[in-house]
Design a protein around this ligand. Structure first.
Ligand code: PEP
Ligand code: MG
Length: 584
C-alpha cells in the first residue's frame, strides 16, 4: 500500500481502478488479454522493440553526422537498452505469466525500473537520473508504437475509473464523463485552479498538486481518492479498504441528511439572513443549485460556453444558455451572468493569443473583450435579450481600473441603443456589477462603487495577485492563503467602501464555500455568498451556529493577527467552538 498527500480540491471518496494518462493525455487501454491472445501480444512486443531499436540506430547516425558522435551516442544508448535481451525476457515473462497486454507489460516494467532508479539516484547521482529519463522516453516510444491506431482518449471510457494524470486542462476536465470518472488526481495544480473549480462543479472528488505519482501507479491498480483530505492510496490493505468503504457509505447517508436542509433559510443564529447563491459553469448546473436550496446564481462563468467548440459561440448560443438558467430560477431569483473571462488558463486557444509570456497578467478577460469588440458585443446582446426572462444581473470580471469599467459600461449602452433601434425586447435598468479580484480594483473600490450596483469579491484571483502566488502552482500553494493578513486588509477595505456607497457585496471565490471562513466573512460585513452548489447545505448549517456579534468579534480578532498561519488556526478553533461536529 502506498499513500500520497496533495491539495484537496473537491471532496468525496472514490474507490476504483486507476486509469493512467501519459503526459500527452493518452491512456494505456488494456491490462490483460485472453490466453489465446498471448502469442499475438508477444509478436506485437517483438515488433515494437525492433522498430524502436532501428529508429534509435538511425537517429544515432543522423545526429552523429550533424552534431558529432558524442551527441549521437545518446540514441545509441537507447538502442542498447532496447536490444538488451534481459529487457525482452522480462517483458515476455510478464506477458506469458500474467497475460498482460504488450503495452501494459511495457508500462508496468519500465515504470518499476524508473522507480528503482529514483531510489538509486541518492547514491548514484546524475547517472541514475539520466538513465531514468531514458527509460521514460523509451516507454513513451514503445507505447506510441504499440498503441498506434489503438490510441484512446478520455472520451472512450466505458467502465468506472479514477483518472491519474500529470495535469488536466480545464477543457479536458469539463469533458470528463462523470458517470465513468469517479475521481481524479494530478501531479500538478493548485487549490483554486479552474481545473479544481470544475471538479467541484462536476462533483468529482479530486486531489491535485501531488508531485510524482504517474511513475508509481499502473493502469488498473486499485486506488482510493479522498478528495476532502487530499489523500490518494494505491493497493490499499484490507483494513484501509474497509475503512474507506464505510466512509463512502457514510457520505451517501450524509447527502440524504442535507436534503433536509433544502427549505431551511440561511440565517445566522440571531436571525440575520445571509444570501446563499450558487456558482455555475454550465446551464445544466442550475438544477444542482435548486436541489441544494440556492437562492439564485451569484456567478455564471460564461466562458465555459467554449467547451467542445473550435469557434466562438454565436449570439443565439449565448442567449439560449442564459435563458435556460433564467427559466430555471423564475422571475425573482437573481442570476448573475459574468461576461467572458477567457484567457490565462481558460480556453486561451479560443482567444487566438497563445504563448503570452505571463498570461495571468496578460490579455485576459475583460481586457481581451475590450480589444475584441465583436466578441464582446455578441455576448452583451445575448445577455440583454435574455434579461427579459428573469432577474438577470451583469457582472464584469478582472476590472483593474475605473476607465476599464467605464469602457464596459459605455459599450453596454451602445448595445442597448442598437437593440432599441432594432425593436428587440430587453429589460431596462439591469443591475450591473463588477468583480473585485485585482488589488488595484480593491484599492479604488470607492471609485468603482460609484459606477455599479454590486461588487463580487473574487478571492481566487485576488489572493494570487495580492500574494504573487499562482493559483495553479502547487509549489507556492502554501503561500496562497485567502486569510493572509494582506488579503484580509484588502477585503476589509472593499467591504467598507461598498457599505459606504451602499452597493451589495457578494464573495464568490472558493473561500466562500469553506465552513472555516464563514464567521470571518459575515464578521467582515458580507451578507451574500456564492458557492459551489454542493457546499450550500453545509454553509447553511454553519451559518446557523453563530451570531453576527460573534462573527464580528472573530473578524476583528483575525484582522489583528500578523500571519496567515495564526489566522487559520484561530478560525479553525472558532469553528470547532461554534460547531463541534463540523470538520474544516
Ligand atoms: C475568482 O477569481 O475568485 C473568481 C470567482 O473567478 P474565477 O475563479 O473564474 O477566476
Ligand atoms: Mg477570477
Amino acid at each position: 500500500m502506498n499513500t500520497w498527500h496533495g491539495i484537496p480540491v473537491s471532496p468525496g471518496i472514490a474507490i476504483g481502478p486507476a486509469l493512467v494518462l501519459d503526459t500527452e493525455g493518452v491512456r494505456i487501454p488494456r491490462r490483460r488479454v485472453s490466453d489465446e491472445m498471448v502469442p499475438e501480444e508477444l509478436i506485437r512486443l517483438q515488433t515494437a522493440l525492433v522498430a524502436a531499436a532501428t529508429h534509435a540506430r538511425n537517429r544515432q547516425s543522423e545526429v552523429a553526422t550533424k552534431h558529432g558522435r558524442n551527441i549521437g551516442s545518446i540514441f545509441g544508448s537507447h538502442a542498447v537498452l532496447l536490444e538488451d535481451p534481459t529487457l525482452r525476457y522480462d517483458l515476455e515473462t510478464l506477458i506469458r505469466s500474467e497475460s498482460y497486454s504488450a503495452e501494459y507489460a511495457v508500462s508496468r516494467h519500465l515504470r518499476a525500473k524508473a522507480k528503482a532508479l529514483d531510489a538509486a539516484a541518492a547514491i548514484a547521482g546524475e547517472w541514475a537520473t539520466r538513465v531514468k529519463a531514458d527509460i521514460i522516453d523509451l516507454e513513451k516510444q514503445l507505447l506510441n508504437l504499440l498503441l498506434g491506431e489503438r490510441r484512446e482518449s478520455l472520451d472512450d471510457i466505458t467502465s468506472p475509473v479514477i483518472v491519474i494524470a500529470t495535469d488536466l486542462t480545464p477543457s479536458e476536465t469539463a469533458q470528463l464523463d462523470t458517470k465513468m470518472v469517479h475521481a481524479f488526481a494530478t501531479e500538478s495544480g493548485g487549490p483554486t485552479s479552474h481545473t479544481a473549480i470544475l471538479a467541484g462543479a462536476l462533483e468529482i472528488p479530486a486531489v491535485v498538486g501531488i508531485g510524482r505519482l504517474l511513475s508509481e501507479i499502473s493502469g488498473g491498480d486499485l486506488l482510493i481518492v479522498d478528495g476532502a483530505q487530499g489523500v490518494v492510496i494505491a493497493d490499499p490493505d484490507s483494513e484501509t479498504l474497509a475503512r474507506y468503504e464505510a466512509l463512502l457509505q457514510a457520505e451517501t447517508d450524509e447527502a440524504g441528511r442535507y436534503e433536509a436542509m433544502l427549505d431551511v433559510e440561511p440565517l445566522t443564529k440571531d436571525g440575520v439572513h445571509i444570501e446563499l447563491l450558487g456558482n455555475i459553469e454550465f446551464p445544466s448546473e442550475a438544477i444542482h443549485c435548486l436541489e441544494r436550496g440556492a437562492e439564485g446564481v451569484g456567478l455564471y462563468r460564461t466562458e465555459f460556453l467554449y467547451v467542445n467548440k473550435s469557434r466562438a459561440p454565436t449570439e443565439e448560443e449565448h442567449f439560449l444558455a442564459y435563458r435556460e438558467v433564467l427559466n430555471a430560477f423564475g422571475p425573482d431569483r437573481p442570476v448573475v451572468i459574468r461576461t467572458l473571462d477567457l484567457g490565462a488558463d481558460k480556453f486561451s486557444e479560443a482567444t487566438g493569443i497563445l504563448n503570452e509570456k505571463n498570461p495571468f497578467l496578460g490579455l485576459r478577460s475583460v481586457r481581451l473583450c475590450l480589444r475584441n469588440k465583436p466578441l464582446f458585443v455578441t455576448q452583451l446582446r445575448a445577455i440583454l435579450r435574455a434579461s427579459a426572462f428573469g432577474n438577470l444581473k451583469i457582472m464584469f470580471p478582472m476590472i483593474s481600473t475605473v476607465l476599464e469599467l467605464r469602457q464596459c459600461l459605455s459599450l453596454l449602452l451602445e448595445v442597448q441603443e442598437d437593440l432599441d433601434e432594432a425593436g428587440i425586447d430587453y429589460k431596462r435598468n439591469v443591475p450591473i456589477g463588477t468583480m473585485i479580484e485585482v488589488p488595484s480594483a480593491a484599492l479604488v473600490a470607492e471609485s468603482l462603487a460609484k459606477q455599479v450596483s454590486f461588487f463580487s469579491i473574487g478571492t481566487n484571483d485576488l489572493v494570487q495577485y495580492v500574494l504573487a502566488a499562482d493559483r495553479n502552482n502547487e509549489h507556492v500553494a502554501s503561500l496562497y492563503c485567502p486569510v493572509d493578513p494582506a488579503v484580509l486588509k484588502l477585503m476589509k477595505h472593499i467591504t467598507v467602501a461598498g457599505q459606504q456607497a451602499e452597493v451589495d457585496i457578494t464573495v464568490c471565490g472558493e473561500m466562500s464555500g469553506e465552513p472555516v471562513y464563514a464567521p470571518l466573512l459575515v464578521g467582515l460585513g458580507i451578507r451574500s455568498l456564492s458557492v459551489t452548489p454542493r457546499k450550500i447545505p453545509e454553509i447553511k448549517k454553519v451559518l446557523r451556529c453563530f451570531t453576527v456579534p460573534e462573527a464580528e468579534r472573530v473578524a476583528s480578532e483575525a484582522l489583528r493577527m500578523d500571519t496567515a498561519r495564526d489566522v487559520l488556526s484561530y478560525l479553525r478553533e472558532q469553528l470547532r467552538r461554534f460547531l463541534p461536529d463540523v470538520a474544516e
